[in-house]
Each structure stands twice: as C-alpha cells, then as structure tokens.
Design a protein around this ligand. Structure first.
Ligand code: SF4
Ligand code: SF4
Length: 457
C-alpha cells in the first residue's frame, strides 16, 4: 500500500486541495448517481470520471491522500462546464459548484508554469480589463472601430481570420456590434418609475453586457420603469467576478464583490437586478464568497438576498406592461403566429432557480406561440469561456442542442444570458438556420412588444 502521508507531502497541489476543499461537502455525496443523467459531460462521454459523482470521488481521493493529483485529474476538473445541473438533481444537496471552484482555485494557485501567452491573456483579462469599467469601455471602442472602420472587412478579405483558431473565428463572425458608450453614458444613472413607485431597484449592468449588449441594458431599464420600478444604475459598479471565480481566481472575485456591495449599499436600493444569468448567479453567492471575511460577511448577505433576475422581479412584484402583437414581425404566412422557444441559462435555472418567470412572461405576449424545446434546461456548451478553451466538447454539446432547436421550428430563440445568446447565434449560423430563425435576449423581445407609450428614453 502506498504511503499516503508521504504522497501528500510530496505533492504541493494535493496539500492545497486538502486545505481548500470543503470536507463536509465531499462527505455529503452518498454516491447515489442521481446527478449523472443531468450532467452534459457524462451524457456526452459515458465516463464516470466525467460525471459529478466521479469528479467528487477524485477530489475526495486527493483530499484523503489516496490519490496524487496529476494532469488527468486537472483535465477532469477543467472538462466540467460548471453548469451546475447536478445540484438541483442531488437529493443530498451537495454544493458541487463550490467544490469545483475550490478545486480550480487550488489548481490555478499551483500552476506557476502557464505558457507565456496564457499568462499574458489571463493577466490582461482578470487584472487589467474586467475589474476596470473604463478599460472595458475602451475595449468596446476598439471593437467598434474594428467593426465599423472597414478593418473587419479588410481582415476577412485578406484571410487574416484564418490564422485564428476555429472557435475564435466562429465567434468573430457572430459578434454583435460593440458600443462605445455604455448604458449610463447613454441614458444616465437614475430613472423614475411610471405611475406609483413599487420599489427602487439597482441595475447590475455587467461588463460584457454593457459593451456588446448595451441596448439590452437600456431596454431592461425601460421595461422596469414601465412595470413600476425606479431604476438606479450605480456608475462605479464593477464586473461581478464570475469569470474570476470560475477560473480559479477567487481572491480577484472577492475584491470585486466587496466593491459592488459597497456601491449598491450606498445607492440605497431595495433589489439588485441582473439581466444575465451568469452574473446574477455569482451575485447571489457573494455571501458564500465572503463567508470567511468578518468585515464583509454581513454586507455580502445583505447584497445576496436582494439579487433577482429581471424576469423574476417583473413576475413577482411588477405591474406588468401589456406585451402586444407586433404585426411587422409576423412571419411570411399571415395566418401563422410568431413561434418562439427558450434556452434556459444554466446559472439562472440551477443557481438562481428561476425557470418559470421567463416562460410566464413569454406566454403573455399576444400573437405568439410559445413552444417548449426538448432539453431546454441542458447546457448549450457556452459556459463562460468553455466554448473557447474546450471547443471539442462544447461543439458536441452545441450540435445536440441544435437538433432540438430545429424541431421547434421557432422564429425566435430567446435566452437570458449573453454567453448563451452568442452560443445560440453561433449554432444558428453553423447549422444554416439564419434564414428562418433569430436568437434574441428575452428582454429585447419583450421590450419590442411593450404597450404603446412606453420605451421613451
Ligand atoms: S457542473 Fe455541469 S458539467 Fe460539471 S459536473 Fe455538474 S452537471 Fe456535470
Ligand atoms: S446526486 Fe448528489 S449525492 Fe448523489 S452522487 Fe450526485 S452529488 Fe453525490
């Protein structure tokens, strides 16, 4: 038998994992396997180590000193999408999301030998860009210049794009027009409710959202005002920290969380509203992120319990505006209603536990037929930057998703998260469906069909 204490002593990563992994959560897993059918990577491969139960067993084996973490161990952790579909399926309430973040944090801490360009890219993204809204704005300006100045046409014409890896080429093709001015620069920070005020809400504008989907942020504000909410958009808010937390940069995520808590507290809001499932989910988990920080623990709990997705706020507390039929958007045949379907955002569904509210809103739109897509609750393969770093698995998952998308014969494929939206646009393009189907954020769809008289900036 191997000398386990010696093994652990010799492997610094094992030491780090042992310290970081929550032993209670590891022990809670009773190996029942109820989570297996919910897991996309297990469904694609059929391999136990690619399942939540398998990954937890690997973590436990390392924490117990039975196994030494090697490259294969790291690969299994990195193959996980972090979609957290395993959590609602688990009868023991194992917090898998926390375990995988702890494992990745330890791995990242241990990895001093990143290739130089990975180091550079991570440093630029996690330290320079995401934490700084002004730099994100400059990024937006840069992308817009590239898109509008003719540079993009030139780059495509002379074949520069061919030098990029395929997943990046695909993304470049479907990238929406970036905005050089964010939501605050365009419409200001405070917006009164229409009619009697129900509550004051703070909009979490996001960083990618505010560069690539600024219009959606503006539409969110207008939808909320119409439903009776005063909307405040604190201008000094930051990135939510989701990409940091999911990439093993827990301390970076904590620093961002502290700044956001302070900013929204100072704004005196009743609710904090997100229109991006990926951001919303980490915002609801600030209490866990800072649970070991005595100075911020209370503020983090205050913040986390106020976070809601836009659809949930509208359905639970809002005076819903009428969502009318839009004649100009009718499909070719007059008699046909507009058919729509919906792809759940994993984090909205599995972490924020919100799946009913968006469906209720969509069903209220006049002249629209809502079709439930088979396995709409399954990940689309986007998962933050997973589709860029694990293109093979992400591609397989997307292909399966698109088979279900096709059978809905929908004209609109709605989503509640920018990553899912881009992935769905990518799937529509790759599967030759762009002549009959469009991927749209649910807020934009509802906004377009709001009753007359609303939507004035
Ligand atoms: S987070 Fe998603 S991919 Fe990872 S183990 Fe859970 S279900 Fe599987
Ligand atoms: S469902 Fe929960 S308890 Fe059962 S194997 Fe999966 S993680 Fe473990």
């Amino acid at each position: 038998m191997a000398d386990v204490s010696l093994q652990t002593r010799l492997n610094p990563l094992a030491e780090k994992l042992k310290l970081r992994l929550d032993e209670d959560q590891l022990m809670n897993c009773m190996r029942c396997g109820f989570c297996l059918p919910a897991c996309p990577t297990f469904r694609e491969t059929g391999i136990e180590a690619e399942s939540p139960r398998g990954r937890i067993a690997l973590m436990k084996a390392v924490a117990d000193g039975i196994m030494s973490p090697d490259e294969v161990f790291e690969e299994q952790m990195n193959h996980c999408l972090g979609c957290r579909a395993c959590e609602p399926a688990c009868p023991a309430d194992v917090k898998y999301g926390q375990l995988i973040e702890q494992a990745r944090d330890a791995i990242e801490d241990h990895t001093e030998q990143h290739r130089w360009w990975v180091k550079l890219a991570r440093g630029a993204a996690f330290e320079l860009m995401f934490p700084n809204q002004n730099r994100m704005r400059w990024l937006g300006k840069g992308i817009r210049f590239y898109q509008k100045s003719g540079l993009r046409t030139l780059a495509r014409g002379i074949g520069v794009m061919k030098l990029l890896p395929k997943p990046m080429r695909d993304m470049e093709k479907i990238m929406p027009d970036a905005s050089s001015h964010g939501v605050v620069e365009q419409i200001g920070t405070r917006h009164p409710a229409k009619g009697e005020k129900i509550a004051t809400v703070g909009l979490f504008r996001g960083c990618i959202m505010d560069v690539l989907f600024t219009e959606t942020n503006i539409h969110t504000v207008e939808l909320l005002m119409e439903a009776g909410f005063e909307v405040v958009i604190p201008d000094t808010q930051n990135c939510c920290g989701a990409l940091h937390a999911h990439s093993g940069e827990a301390e970076g995520a904590r620093a961002l969380a502290r700044r956001n808590i302070q900013v929204f507290k100072d704004a005196g809001v009743d609710y904090i509203i997100s229109n991006a499932g990926g951001c919303g989910a980490i915002l609801t988990e600030y209490d866990h992120l800072l649970h070991e920080d005595p100075e911020w623990k209370e503020g983090a709990a205050w913040f986390a319990e106020r976070v809601l997705d836009c659809s949930d706020l509208l359905v639970r507390y809002g005076r819903l505006p009428g969502f009318s039929e839009d004649e100009s958007k009718k499909p070719v045949k007059d008699s046909e209603p507009v058919r729509i379907t919906y792809q759940d955002s994993c984090h909205l569904r599995n972490v924020m536990r919100s799946s009913d509210a968006p469906r209720r809103l969509m069903r209220q739109v006049a002249g629209v037929e809502y079709v439930e897509m088979m396995e709409a609750d399954r990940c689309c393969g986007s998962a933050g930057i997973y589709n860029l770093v694990q293109p093979e698995m992400a591609g397989q998952i997307l292909d399966h998703k698109m088979e279900h998308v096709k059978t809905t014969e929908a004209h609109y494929l709605l989503t509640s998260n920018p990553g899912c939206l881009l992935q769905m646009k990518n799937g529509i393009e790759q599967h030759g469906l762009s002549d009959r189907m469009k991927a749209v954020h649910i807020v934009d769809f509802l906004h377009e069909r709001m009753c007359s008289g609303c939507g004035s900036k």
